[in-house]
Write a protein that binds this ligand. Structure first.
Ligand code: URA
Length: 241
């Protein structure tokens, strides 16, 4: 990122974007995190009340940051909109930008294999999304202001899907969702919380393609996630019994 994230958020009066808010907080800052001001002067998009279709349409038409000028198309997300599992990556790459679907390149093939290893399949009780909905040119790291502009979309997506478990893939997704600068090494292996939803951190599939030795650790993370999900599903079954 080109600017320290906290600074960008403070500058735009959008802190805390990723932290849960208490009901006692005033309406003004709460709404500020749910609106997106587009680059077209005066246009404010309020995503807080949108349903999935409206949200997808807003993302596809979004011109809130300069990525709108370089993308082929925005990549909203893919899968079961009532999924228990939500996997979150960083941003679309070249292939995703071309096809309009997350994780369809080389990293996506590995992700599909990782899912298969724990008996999951893209689209079946699984939803896949990214922190950024548009491809950064030349696959550069996302800029802080791009994250700030895009954050309300993922926040609303999570509210609508209401997954039982979020898996943040890679340092960037983990840090954005958990509002931290901690290393991925220190975030793995723990059960975190995103606005009341359990969250687990693992390596990004693209990283694993380059660092084969860490695949064993990713497997540990997946087994941990599967265990947590089984517990969560058992708890939900107990409550509804
Ligand atoms: N990397 C990501 O983080 N997301 C994609 O959709 C593809 C590659």
């Amino acid at each position: 990122m080109s600017l320290p994230r906290e600074e960008v958020l403070k500058e735009l009066e959008l802190l805390p974007v990723w932290k849960s808010r208490t009901t006692s907080e005033t309406k003004t800052p709460a709404r500020a995190t749910e609106t997106i001001e587009t680059v077209k002067a005066g246009e404010i998009i309020d995503v807080a009340q949108m349903d999935s279709d409206a949200l997808e349409a807003a993302v596809k038409a979004c011109a809130a940051c300069s990525l709108a000028q370089t993308r082929t198309q925005a990549v909203f997300g893919v899968g079961d909109r009532n999924a228990d599992w939500l996997l979150v990556g960083e941003a679309p790459g070249m292939e995703e930008d071309r096809r309009g679907e997350p994780f369809v390149g080389q990293a996506g093939k590995l992700l599909d294999n990782m899912l298969a290893a724990i008996n999951l399949k893209r689209g079946e009780n699984v939803y896949i999304a990214n922190v950024l909905k548009c491809r950064p040119p030349e696959n550069r790291d996302p800029h802080g202001e791009e994250v700030v502009k895009c954050a309300p979309y993922l926040k609303r997506q999570i509210e609508l899907i209401r997954p039982k478990l979020i898996v943040a893939m890679g340092r960037f997704a983990a840090q954005a969702l958990l509002n931290t600068d901690n290393s991925i090494g220190s975030l793995r292996g723990k059960l975190h919380d995103y606005n009341g939803t359990p969250l687990i951190v693992t390596y990004h599939p693209a990283y694993l393609l380059r660092n084969l030795n860490d695949k064993a650790k990713a497997w540990e993370d997946l087994c941990f996630a599967r265990r947590v999900m089984r517990d969560l599903q058992a708890q939900a079954a107990d409550i509804s019994a």
